[in-house]
Ligand binder design. Structure first.
Ligand SMILES: Nc1ncnc2c1ncn2[C@@H]1O[C@H](COP(=O)(O)OP(=O)(O)OP(=O)(O)O)[C@@H](O)[C@H]1O
Ligand SMILES: Cc1ncsc1CCO
Length: 269
């Protein structure tokens, strides 16, 4: 795989524009995360302008959290533009395990366009695989284990010819041939809203310079290490501030020192 510090460095060097169509709950954290790692966010979502905006971007992030009619229409238009122009897309299946509307929408979207990466927490990825699986809320079902998600993610990646990123205590990334686990992270990351959305935004930023599964691995390592370094006993407000500080300052030395990534399977080798 490409060295993670090199992928990070290329984003800082080129300052790519990242178009994000996302939910209003975590839109600010996502924009700041993209800026912190050296890319430029644009959070445009009006259906009449998104095609024009996507065409100027180096990657597109689509996030289903807090879906509305307007955002559904915009995401479809932007996905089509990105597909035609070979702009990599990160699709974040937020809430798909608890909503028939989102499940139906994502299925249609996937018939029209192939994202470079589909991401979700364990429940969301499992819901894309098992038609009848449901869970409540946007957080992950604690009963789903890593082995189950390894299988689910690999089969989904093969079926959709894409990369699957299943986030959780262990992040799972696969393109159907390679399977990587990233164990960096901190339980405090699940104590503030939107860290999963930030992971999607960071993956889109790294996809702009590395359009394959190494972009997703890089985002998991960077967010995970920054989560570890941000740990605090002062509470979740301070953790959120520390996290943003670490994202904007983390460098090669810390990445190489703390990276906890394991290649579980590689059918290409
Ligand atoms: N218990 C944990 N220990 C270590 N890292 C964790 C833990 N839980 C989540 N993370 C990390 O937090 C980040 C977000 O993942 P998570 O699966 O919590 O997203 P999510 O459920 O989609 O979040 P949200 O809906 O709030 O955006 C990932 O980088 C993941 O590795
Ligand atoms: C809390 C919440 N609800 C819809 S999206 C979102 C942000 C984290 O996914």
């Amino acid at each position: 795989m490409q060295p993670i510090a090199d992928i990070c460095q290329r984003v800082r060097e080129y300052s790519p524009l990242i178009h994000c169509i996302t939910n209003p709950i975590s839109i600010n954290q996502c924009a700041n995360a993209v800026l912190a790692v050296g890319a430029r966010p644009i959070m445009a979502e009006h259906p009449a302008e998104v095609e024009e905006i996507t065409a100027t971007a180096r990657a597109l992030m689509l996030n289903l959290g807090n879906i509305t009619d307007a955002r559904m229409e915009s995401m479809r238009l932007s996905a089509r533009t990105a597909q035609n122009r070979h702009i990599p897309v990160l699709l974040d299946a937020v809430g798909v395990a608890c909503s028939r509307l989102r499940r139906g929408y994502i299925r249609k979207l996937l018939q029209e366009a192939t994202p470079a990466v589909i991401k979700g927490n364990y429940s969301e990825i499992h819901a894309l695989y098992r038609e009848n699986y449901c869970s409540s809320g946007v957080d992950a079902d604690a009963a789903l284990d890593v082995q189950t998600l390894d299988r689910t993610a690999m089969e989904l990646a093969r079926a959709y010819h894409t990369v699957i990123l299943a986030s959780g205590r262990v992040d799972i990334i696969t393109d159907g041939k390679r399977l990587v686990h990233v164990k960096n992270g901190n339980p405090q990351l699940s104590g503030i809203t939107g860290t999963g959305c930030m992971l999607g935004a960071l993956t889109a930023a790294y996809l702009s310079v590395q359009p394959d599964m190494d972009a997703a691995v890089t985002a998991c390592v960077v967010l995970g290490i920054c989560g570890q370094l941000a740990e605090t006993d002062r509470g979740s407000g301070s953790f959120q501030v520390n996290l943003m500080d670490k994202l904007s300052t983390v460098g090669k030395a810390e990445i190489e020192r703390y990276m906890d990534r394991e290649e579980i399977r590689n059918e290409e080798a």
